[in-house]
Ligand binder design. Sequence first.
Ligand SMILES: [Zn+2]
Length: 117
Amino acid sequence: MAPTDDEGTRGASDMTQATTPADAKPTIRRTGRYTFETKSRTRAGVTHTQDVLHLKCSCEAGEKGLRCWHLVLALQAEQWYQRAEEQYKAHNTARRRQPATMTRPAGMAALQEAFGA
Ligand SMILES: [Zn+2]
């Protein structure tokens, strides 16, 4: 029997465990708003593309419509990015509110006001 690449389906069952083996540390990066790229754990130089909006993956398991570990990972990464974005937005909104509390005219306007211009 020829060796089969069951990376995707085996990985899916791996995700039910709380820990990930250190030697199988996944490498994932965001390539678009809903797309991620994951490096294959079993084949060097091979990357799979995930679409978290349509729950699709370019790997063998993903093409069969199975929820592979790449997709699980991409969904986790998507949640992480979303939280980070929300925090970033909240931070920016808070910063924008501050100047609004300063109602005193500044610079030239303050000078003109002082001289009654
Ligand atoms: Zn996959």
